[in-house]
Design a protein around this ligand. Structure first.
Ligand SMILES: [Fe+2]
Length: 224
């Protein structure tokens, strides 16, 4: 999995509610959490953690992710770590690779998969494209509010300077039940195939055996 988009992960109403709630939230310098790469590369604002408003917004988004087949069927999420950021006035985040572990001991998450959920529409800001480096070149991503981009945690990526308006987004990571990306991809293929067969031919006799093989492979390859 290089990356994929999830259109309309959030409804327009959920986006509007999140934006209204976050207009009351306090944002602080995001470079404090730039690990080893330093403030030269990372210039943005991150929401001050903890307050009830932030918790409520993140809970809605966590629920949306965990109940969306496009996400769960590709990521096999075990734990999530979410945060909110804002870029304005030339802020940007240069080429980087995310830290391998985020969060504190009790809630630490290995960053197998990274994601961004846009809370601002492209018309609300200039610049701010997310750029993902792939073996065939850079890919620019700037999606409607409510859409998500999901990409491998090992990918190098950046956020271009925001030259007008403000780019508000939720970003985060998932630790997968299946740490090995090759095994994860095979399980995702099997799961898609099984669901397609259930759709086309729900009474197929071989479905229970296929389901059995899928579940047994899952048990073999998942870690806790
Ligand atoms: Fe990042």
């Amino acid at each position: 999995m290089q990356f994929f988009e999830i259109p309309r992960l959030l409804t327009r109403e959920q986006v509007a509610k999140a934006r209204t709630a976050l207009s009351q939230a306090e944002f602080v310098d995001g470079s404090a959490t730039a690990a080893s790469i330093g403030p030269r590369v990372k210039q943005n604002l991150q929401v001050r953690p903890q307050p009830e408003i932030v918790k409520t917004v993140l809970e809605v988004i966590q629920t949306a992710l965990m109940s969306h087949e496009a996400f769960t069927g590709a990521v096999f999420p075990r734990k999530l770590h979410l945060n909110i950021n804002r870029y304005e006035d030339g802020m940007h985040y240069g080429d980087h690779n995310d830290a391998a572990i985020v969060g504190h001991v009790a809630t630490a998450v290995r960053t197998d998969i990274s994601f961004t959920i846009f809370l601002a529409d492209p018309a609300q800001y200039d610049g701010g494209e997310m750029v993902i480096r792939t073996p065939t070149g850079d890919v620019e991503v700037k999606l409607p509010a409510g859409d998500a981009i999901v990409y491998s945690g090992s990918t190098v990526h950046r956020v271009e300077p925001v030259t007008k308006g403000a780019r508000l987004a939720v970003f985060g990571w998932a630790q997968s039940f299946v740490g090995d990306p090759t095994k994860r991809e095979i399980l995702a293929q099997l799961r898609r195939t099984r669901r397609a067969i259930i759709e086309d031919n729900p009474n197929a006799g071989y479905l229970s055996e296929l389901g059995n093989a899928y579940n047994n492979l899952m048990r073999l390859w998942t870690e806790n």
